[in-house]
Design a protein around this ligand. Structure first.
Ligand code: PLP
Length: 386
């Protein structure tokens, strides 16, 4: 889409459609294969759906456009997209990654890519000097999530790009918690942006998908090859759902941010809450960096209750409007307790190493009415300490 159009216009129109009947939205092309006119000539632009198909093309074009990339590849999940990014690595390569990554991303590096001979150094991504110090000549990739899951730490993307490029490494950023509506890493110097589209882009907790957006032609070609050769693609129906979700991304994000701030401020003032992690609070240690690189602060809020893991369990069990479930980014608010849910495989030592307190609760603040959310969080806190 034309560069002069603004984000909100692009998210509605980017990608366009190629439908021969003039359909406003790109239809779901439920076909695995495409006909040849002759043994050497295809009838149209597509050959076989694992390689390319129109519904996915539409989603990929929209994602590339919104992230400010030249190319995008869509995958069956965020993890499939992240795996494609790590596939750029070879034995002997070194990766510098955030210490606070999404648990499966961390495991992919430590359990799978370590066996392939990829060496990993984890760093505190909030410390730009530590990131720069960890990069060395054999470093092929710096990989950060910002904000991080679940501690909402912020990495300075421009500084991380500078550190990576000083040794000809690439910077890859997981932009899942922000979405391109709030933060566009490629515009801040990152080489690769990867995202779970299961979250804010899909927006309705009804589909799994992931994507990678890139400016560089060669890197993009390699990612597109992994997509085709490994086959971890989303179905046309999944692509349709995510593309539909993207049409309302900014509108939803505005409400997520407003509600997120309201919940964070409510918790911050509550006597039974020890500490709130929300980059929009001025007390957040990385607030200034977040303010510089994000358009707003998102709908993810983590906090520690006074007391311990049992009070946190009682709190999440007593929520009525907010559902107790993993995942994030949908219109419905969700709560999860990392120590017993997303990070249940972590030992106490691993939780401590990742800096995740046992009583931590993570909220994905949805788009419900602010007052209903505050009432619900308030009554669940009261009930947890009865
Ligand atoms: N990256 C982050 C930051 C996530 O929170 C998640 C999932 O929660 C993923 C990646 C993986 O995404 P998916 O579940 O779509 O594979």
């Amino acid at each position: 889409m034309d560069d002069h159009h603004r984000f909100e216009t692009k998210e509605v129109h980017a990608g366009g459609n190629d439908d021969q009947h003039g359909a406003l939205n790109t239809p779901i092309y439920a076909t695995s294969t495409y006909e040849y006119e002759t043994p050497t000539e295809l009838e149209g632009d597509h050959r076989y759906s694992r390689m390319s198909e129109p519904t996915r093309d539409d989603l990929e074009a929209a994602f590339a456009d919104l992230e400010g990339g030249e190319h995008a590849s869509a995958f069956a999940s965020g993890m499939a997209a992240i795996d494609a990014v790590f596939s750029l690595l070879s034995a002997g390569d070194h990766v510098v990654a955030g210490r606070n990554l999404y648990a499966e991303t961390h495991e992919l590096l430590t359990k799978v890519y370590a066996d392939y001979g990829v060496e990993l150094t984890t760093v505190d991504v909030t410390d730009a000097d530590a990131v720069a110090d960890a990069v060395r000549p054999e470093t092929a990739m710096v990989y950060v999530e910002t904000p991080t899951n679940p501690m909402l730490r912020i990495a300075d993307i421009e500084a991380a790009a500078e550190a990576a490029h000083a040794h000809d490494a690439v910077l890859a950023v997981d932009n899942t918690f922000s979405s391109p509506a709030l933060q566009r890493p490629l515009e801040l110097g990152a080489d690769i942006v990867v995202e779970s589209m299961t979250k804010y882009l899909g927006g309705h907790s009804d589909v799994l998908a992931g994507a990678v957006a890139i400016r560089d032609d060669d890197l993009a070609e390699r990612i597109a090859y992994y997509q085709y050769a490994r086959g971890g693609i989303p179905s046309p129906f999944d692509c349709f759902l995510v593309r539909r979700g993207i049409r309302t991304l900014s509108a939803r994000m505005e409400r997520h941010c407003r509600n997120g701030r309201a919940v964070a401020e409510f918790l911050d003032d509550h006597p039974k809450v020890e500490r709130v992690y929300y980059p929009g609070l001025e007390s957040h240690p990385n607030h200034e960096v977040a303010d510089r690189q994000m358009a707003d602060f998102g709908g993810m809020v983590s906090f520690e209750l006074a007391g311990g893991i049992s009070e946190a369990s009682a709190f999440v069990s007593n929520l009525e409007v907010v559902a107790l479930a993993e995942s994030l980014g949908g219109v419905e608010s969700l709560a999860e307790q990392p120590a017993t849910m997303t990070h249940q495989d972590f030992s106490e030592a691993e939780l401590a190493e990742a800096g995740i307190p046992a009583s931590l609760v993570r909220l994905s603040v949805g788009t419900e009415h602010e007052d209903d959310l505050l009432d619900d969080v308030g009554q669940a806190l009261d009930a947890a300490f009865e």
